[in-house]
Design a protein around this ligand. Structure first.
Ligand code: SF4
Ligand code: SF4
Ligand code: SF4
Length: 326
């Protein structure tokens, strides 16, 4: 990725009369931190980066931006939002369009072909963070860590994020502008990384998930970071009736996590953000990928691929398998 090309294209986009801002990534305040950049001025494009540390799926902001209150007496700003996307992020944009969460004409999609990002927790375990903001670059088949004047070559498999090991769409599936050349997709295991769960008996699976859900502190970070958890009236916040009690205990935690997983079935685009932000390290990716695999294999449906498609849960085919109907 040529950073100068990125900044030049970003400047051209931000200068457009029909664009109100561009959302991309910039260096964070220390260590391996990366922050979202909301760029409204061409000068601010100098902060933009795209690197293996840019894990966050910025599509989450598309629905949040629209929720900002408009000060009294002002008209809403209806200009477009430009968004930098990796392959997985672009699937979130596509799925939002399919669900009519956003309109295609309201967004300028800047595609970033993605060779895979690092798992920052894993990176910090192996190469502890320093106060100074570090840089990580793609380097042939691996990564190059630059911090404190030191350069460290790291093998790809050593710190590659699990979602990237399993990624089938590293190139954006939708874009108005593309930065650089597409990357060559890599071989991925068919099992979506869930064979370890599938090999367990039903009772073992239940025990496994109960142990995991017991750790949940109900911080709702997984919901808040998810680009497809954007209902304005979430059942979790309902008090009358109360579908899921706010008590942090084993039973309510399980109800919360299972409800969320089912609400995302056929919609989750496997960006891995929920698992990345979970402070309890609950392997949410395994749960979501298992449901995604079931939907893919049973119904031949993958969310976030076809902007002209129909939402999975709102479509019906006469030959759908109906094994679940007794
Ligand atoms: S899941 Fe794919 S597109 Fe997303 S960060 Fe990983 S390699 Fe890139
Ligand atoms: S992020 Fe983790 S701890 Fe927080 S609510 Fe979600 S599953 Fe629970
Ligand atoms: S459920 Fe998790 S992996 Fe799926 S779209 Fe939401 S944040 Fe991404």
């Amino acid at each position: 990725m040529d950073i100068e090309q990125l900044r030049k294209i970003a400047s051209e986009v931000v200068a457009r009369d029909d664009v109100k801002c561009l959302i991309g990534w910039k260096k964070g305040s220390y260590g391996y931190r990366i922050a979202p950049a909301f760029v409204e001025d061409t000068e601010e494009t100098a902060d933009l980066i795209f690197s293996p540390l840019c894990t966050a799926n910025l599509a989450t902001y598309l629905t949040l931006v629209e929720k900002l209150p408009v000060p009294r007496g002002q008209e809403p700003d209806t200009r477009k939002v430009a968004l930098m996307v990796k392959g997985c992020d672009s699937r979130a944009v596509t799925q939002l369009i399919v669900e009519k969460g956003i309109s295609r004409e309201d967004v300028v999609v800047i595609g970033c072909p993605c060779p895979g990002v690092v798992d920052a927790k894993l990176l910090a375990e192996k190469y502890p963070e320093t106060e100074e903001a570090a840089e990580v670059k793609w380097n042939g088949d691996g990564f190059l860590l630059i911090r404190g004047g030191e350069e460290i070559k790291i093998a790809r498999d050593e710190v590659l994020a699990e979602k990237c090991r399993l990624c089938r769409y590293p190139n954006p599936v939708i874009s108005d502008l593309m930065l650089g050349e597409p990357v060559k997709p890599w071989d991925v295991p068919e099992d979506s990384g869930v064979v370890e769960i599938e090999e367990k008996s039903i009772q073992e699976r239940w025990s496994y998930w109960l142990e995991e859900f017991d750790k949940c502190i109900r911080c709702y970070s997984c919901r808040n970071v998810c680009p497809l958890c954007y209902c304005q009236d979430c059942i979790l916040d309902r008090l009358n009736p109360t579908w899921i009690n706010r008590a942090v205990n084993f039973s309510e935690n399980t109800a919360y996590n299972i409800s969320r997983a089912f609400h995302l079935a056929g919609r989750c685009i496997e960006c891995g953000e929920c698992e990345r932000v979970c402070p309890a390290n609950i392997p949410l990716g395994k749960l979501n990928r298992k449901l995604a695999r079931e939907v893919r294999e049973k119904y031949g449906f993958e969310p976030g691929i076809d902007p002209e498609g129909e939402p999975f849960q709102a479509s019906y085919k006469p030959d759908d398998p109906e094994d679940f109907i007794l």
